[in-house]
Design a protein around this ligand. Structure first.
Ligand code: GSY
Length: 174
């Protein structure tokens, strides 16, 4: 089993309900055991800015799946949540990204691990710092990179959303 970190985000429809369903679907997948789930963060859209704000969270899992099998599991959750093909950086019903995987460095057309843009995204590093603070990145840890990015990108809105986190928790299956 390997530890892996996933980033989830949505900016369409009932976002807390979609995140709750996505996390429950991941937890029910063969080969995936959910280890921890971060709080929810409201974040300004990254890339294409003329779209609704996102809700984001990160999860840590233990998995017996290989990297591509894990990617397919993430894509299956997106499809189950009604993900439509739209603009590359556009609005989405659900996005599930493989961020990190213990012992895996990969750079192919299909999948890159660590996620190539995670170090530029507060909406990834801030929830991830809650659940994987000491995970080593290229030049630091998740915590140190998150703190540095928070200063450097102070204008990139990303705030802990306690109300959304409470609603999300109440929507998760028992
Ligand atoms: O790559 C993840 C999807 N996505 C997001 C997101 O999850 N959160 C924010 N704040 N902006 C985003 N832009 C894209 S694309």
């Amino acid at each position: 089993m390997a530890e892996a970190a996933l980033g989830l985000g949505t900016n369409l429809g009932d976002r807390e309900a979609a995140l709750a369903q996505a996390v429950d679907l991941l937890a029910a997948m063969p080969g995936i055991e959910l280890a921890s789930v971060s709080n929810l963060y409201s974040s300004a859209p990254w890339g294409v800015t003329d779209q609704p704000d996102f809700l984001n969270l990160c999860v840590l899992i233990e998995t017996g799946l290989g990297p591509l099998q894990l990617l397919h599991a993430c894509k299956a959750v997106e499809a189950e949540l009604g993900r439509q093909e739209r603009l590359r950086w556009g609005p989405r019903e659900m996005d599930v990204d493989v961020l990190l995987m213990q012992g895996v460095t990969l750079d192919t057309e299909t999948l890159a691990i660590p996620h190539p843009r995670m170090a530029e995204r507060r909406f990834v590093l801030e929830p991830l710092a809650e659940i994987a603070p000491d995970w080593a990145l290229e030049d630091g840890t998740v915590t140190s990179k998150s703190a540095a990015l928070k200063k450097k990108a102070a204008d990139q809105m990303c705030v802990l959303d306690e109300a959304a986190t409470r609603r999300f928790a109440s929507l998760r299956s028992a």
